[in-house]
Design a protein around this ligand. Structure first.
Ligand code: OAD
Length: 237
Protein backbone atom coordinates (compact mmCIF):
# COMPACT_ATOMS: atom_id res chain seq x y z
CA UNK A 1 0.00 0.00 0.00
CA UNK A 2 1.38 3.42 -0.91
CA UNK A 3 0.08 6.75 0.34
CA UNK A 4 1.23 10.34 -0.14
CA UNK A 5 3.90 11.12 2.46
CA UNK A 6 1.74 13.81 4.04
CA UNK A 7 -1.25 11.46 4.42
CA UNK A 8 -3.00 11.47 7.79
CA UNK A 9 -3.38 8.13 9.50
CA UNK A 10 -5.71 7.04 12.32
CA UNK A 11 -5.20 3.62 13.87
CA UNK A 12 -7.63 1.94 16.27
CA UNK A 13 -6.45 -1.01 18.33
CA UNK A 14 -8.29 -3.53 20.49
CA UNK A 15 -7.51 -6.46 22.74
CA UNK A 16 -6.30 -8.59 19.80
CA UNK A 17 -3.08 -6.56 19.49
CA UNK A 18 -2.10 -7.51 23.05
CA UNK A 19 -3.30 -11.14 22.84
CA UNK A 20 0.09 -12.46 21.70
CA UNK A 21 1.68 -10.69 24.67
CA UNK A 22 -0.41 -12.96 26.89
CA UNK A 23 -3.25 -10.62 27.86
CA UNK A 24 -6.70 -12.12 27.54
CA UNK A 25 -9.16 -10.61 25.09
CA UNK A 26 -12.77 -10.02 26.16
CA UNK A 27 -14.95 -12.11 23.90
CA UNK A 28 -12.92 -15.25 23.11
CA UNK A 29 -13.99 -18.60 24.61
CA UNK A 30 -11.37 -18.02 27.35
CA UNK A 31 -12.00 -14.26 27.39
CA UNK A 32 -12.40 -12.00 30.41
CA UNK A 33 -16.15 -11.68 29.97
CA UNK A 34 -16.49 -15.48 30.23
CA UNK A 35 -15.29 -15.35 33.86
CA UNK A 36 -16.88 -12.08 34.90
CA UNK A 37 -20.22 -10.52 34.17
CA UNK A 38 -19.85 -6.98 32.81
CA UNK A 39 -22.65 -5.87 35.17
CA UNK A 40 -20.66 -7.12 38.19
CA UNK A 41 -17.32 -5.46 37.51
CA UNK A 42 -17.49 -2.88 34.72
CA UNK A 43 -20.32 -0.45 35.45
CA UNK A 44 -20.67 2.50 37.84
CA UNK A 45 -23.57 0.62 39.47
CA UNK A 46 -21.32 -2.39 40.16
CA UNK A 47 -18.79 -0.10 41.82
CA UNK A 48 -21.57 1.45 43.94
CA UNK A 49 -22.89 -1.99 44.95
CA UNK A 50 -19.68 -3.90 45.54
CA UNK A 51 -16.55 -1.74 45.27
CA UNK A 52 -14.31 -4.47 46.76
CA UNK A 53 -15.14 -6.84 43.90
CA UNK A 54 -14.50 -4.12 41.31
CA UNK A 55 -11.22 -3.06 42.94
CA UNK A 56 -10.13 -6.72 43.07
CA UNK A 57 -10.95 -7.30 39.39
CA UNK A 58 -8.83 -4.32 38.29
CA UNK A 59 -6.07 -5.03 40.86
CA UNK A 60 -5.64 -8.48 39.29
CA UNK A 61 -5.55 -7.04 35.80
CA UNK A 62 -3.09 -4.31 36.86
CA UNK A 63 -0.80 -6.94 38.42
CA UNK A 64 -0.95 -9.08 35.27
CA UNK A 65 0.71 -6.25 33.33
CA UNK A 66 3.96 -6.81 35.19
CA UNK A 67 4.24 -10.31 33.71
CA UNK A 68 3.78 -9.43 30.03
CA UNK A 69 5.96 -7.94 27.32
CA UNK A 70 5.02 -5.82 24.35
CA UNK A 71 5.11 -7.55 20.97
CA UNK A 72 6.14 -6.89 17.37
CA UNK A 73 2.78 -5.26 16.53
CA UNK A 74 3.12 -2.63 19.30
CA UNK A 75 6.70 -1.97 18.18
CA UNK A 76 5.73 -1.63 14.53
CA UNK A 77 3.12 1.03 15.35
CA UNK A 78 5.64 2.98 17.43
CA UNK A 79 8.08 2.79 14.51
CA UNK A 80 5.38 4.05 12.11
CA UNK A 81 4.67 7.03 14.36
CA UNK A 82 8.37 7.88 14.48
CA UNK A 83 9.07 7.50 10.76
CA UNK A 84 5.82 8.59 9.13
CA UNK A 85 6.14 12.20 7.93
CA UNK A 86 2.39 12.95 8.13
CA UNK A 87 0.12 13.04 11.16
CA UNK A 88 -0.67 9.81 12.97
CA UNK A 89 -3.08 9.28 15.84
CA UNK A 90 -3.17 5.93 17.63
CA UNK A 91 -6.45 5.35 19.45
CA UNK A 92 -6.55 2.32 21.68
CA UNK A 93 -9.44 0.67 23.48
CA UNK A 94 -6.87 -1.19 25.56
CA UNK A 95 -6.28 -0.26 29.16
CA UNK A 96 -2.86 -1.96 29.24
CA UNK A 97 0.33 0.09 28.82
CA UNK A 98 1.94 -1.88 25.99
CA UNK A 99 1.65 0.88 23.35
CA UNK A 100 3.18 3.31 25.87
CA UNK A 101 6.04 0.91 26.60
CA UNK A 102 6.65 0.44 22.86
CA UNK A 103 7.17 4.20 22.52
CA UNK A 104 3.90 5.38 20.94
CA UNK A 105 3.31 8.97 22.06
CA UNK A 106 0.50 10.32 19.91
CA UNK A 107 -1.69 7.86 21.75
CA UNK A 108 -5.18 8.16 23.14
CA UNK A 109 -6.52 5.58 25.63
CA UNK A 110 -10.22 5.98 24.92
CA UNK A 111 -11.29 3.40 27.54
CA UNK A 112 -8.89 4.62 30.24
CA UNK A 113 -5.73 3.13 31.73
CA UNK A 114 -5.18 0.41 34.30
CA UNK A 115 -2.13 2.18 35.71
CA UNK A 116 -4.05 5.31 36.62
CA UNK A 117 -6.62 6.21 39.26
CA UNK A 118 -9.25 8.94 39.22
CA UNK A 119 -10.46 10.92 42.23
CA UNK A 120 -14.20 10.74 42.85
CA UNK A 121 -13.94 14.09 44.63
CA UNK A 122 -11.80 16.47 42.56
CA UNK A 123 -11.58 14.40 39.36
CA UNK A 124 -7.75 14.46 39.24
CA UNK A 125 -6.13 11.55 37.41
CA UNK A 126 -2.91 10.16 38.92
CA UNK A 127 -0.47 7.35 38.14
CA UNK A 128 -1.47 4.29 40.15
CA UNK A 129 0.95 1.37 39.74
CA UNK A 130 -0.18 -0.51 42.88
CA UNK A 131 -3.36 -2.09 44.24
CA UNK A 132 -6.32 0.15 44.94
CA UNK A 133 -9.01 -0.27 47.60
CA UNK A 134 -11.58 1.61 49.66
CA UNK A 135 -8.77 3.37 51.56
CA UNK A 136 -7.06 4.74 48.45
CA UNK A 137 -7.04 8.52 48.61
CA UNK A 138 -6.29 11.11 45.94
CA UNK A 139 -2.71 12.43 45.99
CA UNK A 140 -3.91 15.79 44.66
CA UNK A 141 -6.76 16.78 47.01
CA UNK A 142 -5.73 14.18 49.68
CA UNK A 143 -9.38 13.53 50.63
CA UNK A 144 -11.26 12.02 47.69
CA UNK A 145 -11.66 8.29 47.17
CA UNK A 146 -9.85 6.93 44.10
CA UNK A 147 -11.47 4.62 41.54
CA UNK A 148 -9.86 2.82 38.58
CA UNK A 149 -9.36 5.21 35.64
CA UNK A 150 -11.41 2.93 33.40
CA UNK A 151 -14.36 3.86 31.21
CA UNK A 152 -17.14 1.57 32.40
CA UNK A 153 -20.21 0.59 30.43
CA UNK A 154 -22.64 3.48 30.44
CA UNK A 155 -19.83 6.07 30.67
CA UNK A 156 -18.53 8.29 27.89
CA UNK A 157 -15.21 7.23 26.30
CA UNK A 158 -12.33 9.69 26.55
CA UNK A 159 -11.09 12.02 23.83
CA UNK A 160 -14.03 11.57 21.44
CA UNK A 161 -13.86 15.12 20.09
CA UNK A 162 -10.22 14.72 19.10
CA UNK A 163 -10.86 11.26 17.66
CA UNK A 164 -13.76 12.34 15.42
CA UNK A 165 -11.83 15.39 14.23
CA UNK A 166 -8.94 13.11 13.20
CA UNK A 167 -11.27 10.55 11.56
CA UNK A 168 -13.00 13.17 9.44
CA UNK A 169 -9.78 14.35 7.82
CA UNK A 170 -7.68 11.17 7.76
CA UNK A 171 -6.55 9.46 4.55
CA UNK A 172 -6.12 6.01 6.07
CA UNK A 173 -8.02 4.34 8.90
CA UNK A 174 -6.79 0.99 10.18
CA UNK A 175 -8.56 -1.12 12.85
CA UNK A 176 -6.45 -3.83 14.48
CA UNK A 177 -7.53 -6.67 16.79
CA UNK A 178 -10.98 -5.44 17.70
CA UNK A 179 -14.20 -7.43 17.37
CA UNK A 180 -16.49 -4.51 16.49
CA UNK A 181 -18.92 -5.22 19.35
CA UNK A 182 -18.45 -2.03 21.35
CA UNK A 183 -19.57 1.41 20.19
CA UNK A 184 -18.59 4.11 19.55
CA UNK A 185 -15.26 2.51 18.48
CA UNK A 186 -17.02 -0.01 16.23
CA UNK A 187 -18.58 2.91 14.34
CA UNK A 188 -15.35 4.84 13.69
CA UNK A 189 -15.00 3.28 10.23
CA UNK A 190 -18.30 4.92 9.27
CA UNK A 191 -17.08 8.32 10.44
CA UNK A 192 -14.01 8.58 8.22
CA UNK A 193 -14.06 11.05 5.37
CA UNK A 194 -15.00 9.95 1.83
CA UNK A 195 -11.46 9.88 0.45
CA UNK A 196 -9.98 7.70 3.18
CA UNK A 197 -8.85 4.13 2.75
CA UNK A 198 -10.08 1.74 5.41
CA UNK A 199 -8.37 -1.51 6.39
CA UNK A 200 -9.16 -4.09 9.05
CA UNK A 201 -6.44 -6.40 10.43
CA UNK A 202 -7.85 -9.16 12.63
CA UNK A 203 -7.60 -12.85 13.42
CA UNK A 204 -11.12 -13.27 12.05
CA UNK A 205 -13.51 -10.88 10.29
CA UNK A 206 -15.03 -8.52 12.86
CA UNK A 207 -18.73 -7.75 13.21
CA UNK A 208 -18.27 -4.59 11.13
CA UNK A 209 -15.89 -5.98 8.50
CA UNK A 210 -18.24 -5.10 5.63
CA UNK A 211 -17.75 -1.39 6.33
CA UNK A 212 -14.02 -1.66 5.45
CA UNK A 213 -12.65 -1.47 1.91
CA UNK A 214 -10.03 -4.11 2.70
CA UNK A 215 -9.52 -6.71 5.37
CA UNK A 216 -6.56 -8.92 6.13
CA UNK A 217 -6.94 -12.00 8.29
CA UNK A 218 -4.11 -13.18 10.53
CA UNK A 219 -2.11 -12.49 13.66
CA UNK A 220 -1.33 -8.94 14.62
CA UNK A 221 2.38 -9.73 15.02
CA UNK A 222 2.50 -10.76 11.34
CA UNK A 223 0.04 -8.32 9.78
CA UNK A 224 1.01 -5.09 11.55
CA UNK A 225 4.78 -5.14 10.85
CA UNK A 226 3.99 -6.06 7.23
CA UNK A 227 1.57 -3.14 6.81
CA UNK A 228 4.01 -0.73 8.45
CA UNK A 229 6.78 -1.91 6.11
CA UNK A 230 4.47 -1.37 3.14
CA UNK A 231 3.62 2.15 4.29
CA UNK A 232 7.23 3.08 4.94
CA UNK A 233 8.36 1.47 1.70
CA UNK A 234 10.99 -0.82 3.21
CA UNK A 235 11.37 -4.42 4.38
CA UNK A 236 9.55 -5.75 7.44
CA UNK A 237 11.81 -5.89 10.48
P1 OAD B 1 -12.64 -8.36 21.88
O1 OAD B 1 -12.22 -9.40 22.86
O2 OAD B 1 -14.09 -8.10 21.72
O3 OAD B 1 -12.06 -8.69 20.44
C1 OAD B 1 -10.71 -9.00 20.22
C2 OAD B 1 -10.53 -9.26 18.73
O4 OAD B 1 -9.16 -9.52 18.50
C3 OAD B 1 -11.31 -10.47 18.20
O5 OAD B 1 -12.01 -10.11 17.01
C4 OAD B 1 -10.22 -11.50 17.89
O6 OAD B 1 -10.52 -12.28 16.77
C5 OAD B 1 -9.03 -10.62 17.61
N1 OAD B 1 -7.73 -11.26 17.91
C6 OAD B 1 -7.43 -12.15 18.88
N2 OAD B 1 -6.13 -12.49 18.84
C7 OAD B 1 -5.59 -11.78 17.82
C8 OAD B 1 -4.28 -11.70 17.25
N3 OAD B 1 -3.25 -12.40 17.74
N4 OAD B 1 -4.09 -10.87 16.20
C9 OAD B 1 -5.12 -10.16 15.68
N5 OAD B 1 -6.38 -10.19 16.16
C10 OAD B 1 -6.61 -11.00 17.22
O7 OAD B 1 -11.85 -7.01 22.30
P2 OAD B 1 -12.12 -5.51 21.85
O8 OAD B 1 -12.73 -5.42 20.50
O9 OAD B 1 -10.88 -4.75 22.11
O10 OAD B 1 -14.16 -2.20 26.95
O11 OAD B 1 -13.19 -5.07 22.93
C11 OAD B 1 -13.66 -3.76 22.95
C12 OAD B 1 -14.01 -3.35 24.35
O12 OAD B 1 -14.90 -4.31 24.92
C13 OAD B 1 -12.85 -3.33 25.32
O13 OAD B 1 -12.09 -2.14 25.25
C14 OAD B 1 -13.53 -3.46 26.64
C15 OAD B 1 -14.51 -4.54 26.29
O14 OAD B 1 -15.66 -4.61 27.03
C16 OAD B 1 -14.21 -1.77 28.21
O15 OAD B 1 -13.80 -2.42 29.15
C17 OAD B 1 -14.81 -0.41 28.34
Amino acid sequence: MTLPRDARIVILTGAGISAESGLRTFRAADGLWEDHRVEDVATPEAFGRNPELVYRFYNERRRSLAAVQLNAAHLALARLEKEWPGELLLVTQNVDDLHDRAGSRNLLHMHGELLKGRCLGCGAVADWPDDMDGHSRCPTCTRGLVRPHIVWFGELPLGLERIYAALECCNLFVAIGTSGHVYPAAGFVEAVGPRARTVELNLEPSRVVDAFQEHRVGRATDLVPALVAELLGGPAF
